[in-house]
Design a protein around this ligand. Sequence first.
Ligand code: GDP
Ligand code: GDP
Length: 441
Amino acid sequence: MTAFKPVVALIGRPNVGKSTLFNRLTKSRDAIVADMPGLTRDRHYGNARLGRREFIVIDTGGFEPDASSGIYREMAKQTRQAVAEADVVIFVVDARAGLSAQDHEIANYLRRLAKPCLLVANKAEGMREGAQLAEFYELGLGEVIPVSAAHGQGVRSMVEAALDQLIWPDDTSEADEAAEEAIRLAVAGRPNVGKSTLINAWLGEERLVAFDLPGTTRDAIRVPFEREGRRFELIDTAGLRRKGRVFEAVEKFSVVKTLQAIESAHVVLLLLDATQGVTDQDAHIAGYILDSGRSVVVAVNKWDAVDDYQREQLQRSIEVRLAFLKFAPLHFISARKRQGIQALWKSIARAYASAMVKMPTPVLTRLLQEAVAFQAPRKSGMFRPKLRYAHQGGQNPPVIVIHGNSLEHVGDAYRRYLEARFRKAFDLVGTPLRIEFKKQE
Ligand code: GDP
Ligand code: GDP
């Protein structure tokens, strides 16, 4: 691959020390540092280097609080843009001020996006690790890295940790078993969203193991290939035709073919077209994917062809129209310019791992009991549901079967509460999670 400079975005609420950090990384005076929230309003770009590794760093003005809440109002536009442009996000919190509601909102937003992300507690000079940083684990973003931007402490290892996130993990040990099976991937989307462009961009860089698999019909597309030591198989992607070594789109959109492709995949990559927004047809395809129970990764293509205003509209409409795919990682890419397309592999692999998760009965039961202890299900008339134990009832999608009494009285809100707890505990991303209740005989 040609020289590629990763992009690191610094985000966080105002006054946590992003500009100070930016200056330290770029060793420039470009970003204004002031003791006043919200002074640096625009995105700042700077070149930075750590040893031989060069990267681009973006500083943002941060989340501007807004009385009329809602994540999209509250999050400053440039922050979202910076996140979309970044390969890795460094989310800065203030170790001295502690957690705030805004931090939680940012964390929720970041968890939804499938970007590699590093949680950094700034102003940590002179602090002993442990107790003071413990609260930041609540954000559910994993390890908290203490730094002092003002004094330069911890900055180097922070950058190393950030850049290391871009390297494909070399986890041969536990992945051995799973690596046996190829991850079957279907790329779904309306005609013209850029499916063939993406696949050709991907495969153009691939050393194809073999082009045809025995037993496939002439028209069927089944392309096995390897990526970073993992086996993938691109399965019959509806709406494409092979022409020699490249793929081209066919005019007609076939629902049946799309359904077949989705059904036979482990993971579906749903491609949207940034210039068209989320159309009804996109929503239908998304609905099929949800029904199928397959894992899903969403990528908005043609990101190069839209301006900041359109980008904002688009992110809103995804939030609203594809709300039911909240669990899916979201990427912004340009297949034509080959931007962001490599990062998709990591999400696809993660979505696959989530779909195939193994959840031992004792662990599930303990999590269930903790969830009930934290918040018991509501009484319904004379009945209070009793949730006793849980076991795994299936994979891809994972199913959790809960046993107990009066379970027919468990409400939807409580089911969602349980789902959220299980998801968090098993770090499930990109897969639906089904919860079934089984009455005690
Ligand atoms: P931004 O709004 O997130 O860009 O924050 P700034 O970089 O403007 O910093 C906000 C304030 O925090 C300034 O007064 C900085 O001097 C101070 N600050 C930044 N980094 C540190 C640090 O590591 N330790 C301490 N104690 N203060 C810091
Ligand atoms: P398919 O029908 O989903 O396979 O879509 P194609 O790959 O044939 O792409 C449809 C059109 O969109 C073609 O004219 C592509 O050149 C164009 N296109 C694909 N990807 C991008 C992109 O990332 N940016 C822009 N601006 N155009 C793109």
